[in-house]
Design a protein around this ligand. Sequence first.
Ligand SMILES: Cc1cc2nc3c(=O)[nH]c(=O)nc-3n(C[C@H](O)[C@H](O)[C@H](O)COP(=O)(O)O)c2cc1C
Length: 189
Amino acid sequence: SCGKKESEDAAGMQAEKESVKVLVAFFSYGGNTRKLAETAAQYTGGDLFRIETEKSYSEDYDKCLEETAREMEENARPVLSSHVENMEAYDVVLLGYPIWWGSMPMAVNTFLEEYDFEGKIIAPFCTHGGSGLGSSEQDLKKLCPDAETFEGLAVYGSRADQAGEEMADWLEGLGLYGEDQDREEEIQD
Ligand SMILES: Cc1cc2nc3c(=O)[nH]c(=O)nc-3n(C[C@H](O)[C@H](O)[C@H](O)COP(=O)(O)O)c2cc1C
């Protein structure tokens, strides 16, 4: 499936306005999703925003698993220490996160509940260790029923810094990969 209808909507939005304002909002624990988010920002010229929590998760992987398993059980909403000042200015939010326990980290839920996404397009992308997007797309739609969502992009965490072509294809589907960009030159795999 290619998400044609959605891409037409995004392209239509682009035609209507002078330029589509893009926010690349991401959460990353180990850095994989951060790399992919930086690629997305580079290709779209969008603003990069890191979703950060007041608490820090343990650097010890097993402890981090324990902490986050508890958050999932409790359906927690970790308090965020970073905030988008001007969310109303953006048309499209490219939302990046690692898959944790089959979906997005609870901090991303906190982020999604903080803003009004009505009339905006949210396009999710994730890095993962085998689950793909898991249930995160459905969970996103439940949390943001007023937003228009676009088919997500899933990249193996270990390939996060070699995923330029996948990212470019996905952005092209959204109508956000600039025609002036020369893919042969830009994409280094
Ligand atoms: C707490 C935790 C839970 C995870 N749960 C899953 C999972 O359910 N499915 C999966 O494919 N990968 C899972 N992973 C692996 C991460 O999704 C993967 O390593 C990702 O690329 C990490 O991104 P980051 O470096 O931006 O944090 C988990 C990792 C952590 C730390």
